[in-house]
Design a protein around this ligand. Sequence first.
Ligand code: ADP
Ligand code: MG
Length: 393
Amino acid sequence: MKLDVNVLRYLSKDDFRVLTAVEMGMRNHEIVPSELIDRIAGLKHGGTYKVLKNLLKYKLLHHDRSKYDGFRLTYLGYDFLAIKTLVNRGVFTGVGRQIGVGKESDIFEVAQEDGTVLAMKLHRLGRTSFRAVKSKRDYLRHRSSFSWLYLSRLAALKEFAFMKALEEHDFPVPKAIDCNRHCVIMSLVQGYPMVQVKQLQNPETIFEKIIGIVVRLAEHGLIHCDFNEFNIMIDDDEKITMIDFPQMVSVSHQNAQMYFDRDIECIFKFFRKRFNMSFQEARDESDEAEVEMDENSRPSFYDITKDANALDRELEASGFTKKEQNDLDKFIEGGLEKSKDSDEDEESDDEEQVVESNEEGNLNEMKSLQLQEEEQKSSDGVEAEVELDDNEK
Ligand code: ADP
Ligand code: MG
């Protein structure tokens, strides 16, 4: 997806004010009525409609007239709000090239004033396989809060919280710098995903290190759940960094053992294939009857002394509520059942994504205005610039 940040320069304060008003309206409207946007934005000389047209031109909004005249944010619109907030905070000054396209994220380089380059991960939950998700998970239909906006924000918050916690426990992860909306800023990892590496000086040592990480994670109460050659980075000195944490679960999860074994198996499989490492249990893959399992070669989930509450504590400390955790887990759960980095899901473009909601009719506009006040109290950056018109209170 294109992220033309030059557009940022052309956007005025009013443009951001209206964009923010749409974001606020989306807390309880899938499509925010134009009239409500105008009232939230409260531009002094009217003019909201002209601004909306401008934002539409830059593809920051999507116009929907199917039920009533209204707008919603596109990913790009949401990106710009996050970027603007982080730039205002002084976290970085410019956005550079795209360095990664995950299934549910886009990764860019961003630069700080002194030239330091960082990585920016924009979460895009619901970008792929949304229709599949929707049909499988009916309960999502009845919850207006389950929008991609909400879920992507939770994924970013969770990833940020874990990155920090893992770093504090000396796990090899990028340094977590900041987080806003669906966007996580972290240190740029030098090196490449393991999947691109054809040769290693010491495959055995690296293998043991990686398995050691999975075990130590479990001791700390965590399972990565997507631990594979795509999410392990390695540099020229064969230093390892693990990335990509939004799907992590607690060792007390009902399927914990399965996820743990799967992570371990991914590593065994990769090293077997790529570096011709042989494990006793893999002596003959073609004839299962002859395979002799060597239980000692593989860490057993049950033998690990686990601190099952670590996850909850870390998340609580980060302000991630139980409800948010549940919401995100429910969404991610389906994705965990199959391997994440495979490519079996249908792609869809941004404009096709509509999260269904049948609640928008129930929610009145006053509630939205109340939320707006709350939002102002609890936020900074761009959001703080939007003030309530006195006569709206
Ligand atoms: P996804 O959840 O979409 O798989 P990832 O966090 O795995 O997203 O990132 C996708 C790709 O972006 C990675 O495989 C890696 O190549 C690159 N990447 C992610 N984070 C960083 C980082 N901090 N430094 C350098 N490259 C990164
Ligand atoms: Mg990944």
